[in-house]
Design a protein around this ligand. Structure first.
Ligand code: BES
Ligand code: MN
Ligand code: MN
Length: 464
């Protein structure tokens, strides 16, 4: 019987060309100027699932972008794996910082990717990783090695918070019923140290607006005498962290899960080179909450960060003005047990309380979601671990990630399903940044590894 490795070797050029075509479509969900492209991408994914061997594929309408649903049910008594991924991408800007246009994919060899990497928005997050599953299905179907049932749910609004997806999941519980959910939308440590993501952070995203005088003012005539909303806003934001970089919002840490020293010691065993980390980012030193390591700061600790701030005059030259308004977008990454709605409320209350007289504050919550921790004593984790052992020759390291995929906790609430995060990206893939790329080695390795998950999961479920 042909192995997935042989099949990938035989079809790798086509696998790459298909991904290139997918990456050419600018499916930016955040920007309505691209709405037709987002829909076109859904149709390409639909066709790809049909070609890969799904028996039923449909575009499910939502109040936002369609969900591509596909399935191949070979025997209802066998286990069912639900594959989730997203076909939408982040906006490419700042476009001028890309070395090649974001939607004109190019293959380049780099030091880290001597086999070549594909540069394009969505290459790693998540078109490249999502498409590995489509090609893994193709392999299993074409070589008659699909061992269980498979369902696909590929959505187009992940990058804008999956707001319409909750309704879809709640209304389609029977259809989406599964034994495990499988996602490749995260990363791994390196090819030498494969890892399985065992945690995601939650998120609360808010926008704040500070208003001073009702109109912009001459900064000479009025400067010093009225509240300047930009001065006020930056001061308020600065006060959200104390000198140890702890967040100052009352109640913020109340429900934070504190890891035991054993768990922290276990985490610290994961390979990590602080110098390489700093060099890769061209920073002289890391920065963050006192009392925690870098890997703890970006995974098991909550954060608060300004994602964007604006107001006043930012055009060419100088204009002397006290602006009427100032704005900022703020994200809080949350850890297990913190409730994102509760944290949002705490933020709103606190931000209003610290506003000085003479300035009006408005906080608009955007989206959010709960964090997630995958247990590792499950059949699904064991099957994933064995799959990596087969294709990497190494036992993967369980590692919590700092990113968020809000749908994962929602799946657990609505469907009662656990998720396995088999991510094949690297932190250096520059997701959400200019020059996003995905190593071809990882793309092919993912396609090679996924079928083993299906195989081992089915075998282990049968003998449980
Ligand atoms: N794939 C990422 C999340 C991710 C990346 C998790 C790497 C772990 C490792 C996903 O597409 C994403 O960007 N999620 C958003 C959240 C969403 C609500 C906009 C995020 O984490 O900012
Ligand atoms: Mn993603
Ligand atoms: Mn993303």
């Amino acid at each position: 019987m042909q192995s997935s490795k042989e099949y990938v070797e035989q079809h790798k050029n086509r696998f790459l060309n298909e991904l290139i075509e997918l990456l050419k479509i600018p499916s930016v969900s955040a920007d309505s100027a691209f709405s037709q492209d987002v829909i076109n991408t859904a149709e390409v994914v639909e066709k790809a699932l049909v070609n890969a061997g799904c028996d039923l594929v449909e575009l499910c309408e939502t109040d936002g972008y369609p969900i591509v649903y596909g399935e191949k049910i070979i025997d209802p008594s066998l286990p069912t794996v639900l594959v989730y991924g997203h076909y939408d991408v982040q906006p490419p800007d700042p476009v001028e910082l890309w070395d090649s246009p974001p939607f004109e994919p190019v293959i380049k060899e780099t030091e880290e990717h001597p086999e070549g990497a594909i540069f394009a928005r969505g290459a790693s997050d998540d078109k490249g990783q999502m498409y590995m599953h489509v090609k893994a299905l193709e392999f299993m179907v074409k070589t008659d090695q699909l061992p269980c049932n498979v369902k696909f749910m590929i959505e187009g609004e992940e990058e804008v918070g999956s707001v319409n997806i909750a309704t879809y999941v709640a209304n389609n519980k029977e259809k989406l019923k599964n034994d495990v959910i499988l996602i490749s939308d995260t990363g791994m440590i390196s090819k030498e140290f494969p890892s399985i993501t065992t945690g995601l952070r939650g998120l609360s995203y808010v926008e704040v607006e500070v208003t001073g005088p009702y109109r912009d003012l001459h900064s000479g005539l009025y400067g010093g005498a009225v509240a300047n909303p930009i001065n006020i806003l930056t001061k308020m934001i600065a006060s959200l962290h104390d000198g140890d970089n702890h967040i100052t919002i009352p109640g913020f840490y109340d429900k934070v899960e504190e890891l035991s020293s054993e768990e922290r010691a276990e985490m610290a065993k994961a390979p990590f080179d602080i110098n390489a980390y700093q060099n890769a980012l061209e920073i002289e030193s890391v920065y963050g909450e006192k009392g925690y390591t870098t890997n703890e700061r970006n995974s098991i600790r909550p954060t608060l960060d300004v994602n964007g701030i604006w107001g006043g005059y930012t055009g060419e030259g100088a204009k002397t003005v006290i602006p009427s308004k100032a704005y900022a977008k703020i994200s809080m990454r949350l850890v297990p047990h913190q409730d994102w709605k509760e944290i949002t409320e705490l933020f709103v209350k606190h931000f209003n309380e610290i506003a000085p007289k003479g300035a009006k504050v408005k906080v608009t919550p955007h989206h959010g979601g709960q964090g997630y921790v995958t247990p590792i004593d499950t059949i699904a984790y064991q099957a994933a671990s064995k799959a990596y052992e087969t294709t990497f020759g190494k036992t993967p390291i369980p590692q919590r990630s700092g990113g968020s995929i809000p749908i994962v906790s929602l799946f657990e609430e609505e469907l009662g399903s656990k998720t396995i995060l088999m991510g094949f990206g690297l932190d250096s893939n520059a997701i959400h940044s200019p020059n996003e790329h995905y190593g071809l080695w990882y793309y092919y390795k993912g396609i090679e590894t996924i079928p083993y998950f299906f195989k081992y999961f089915t075998e282990m479920m049968a003998s449980k």
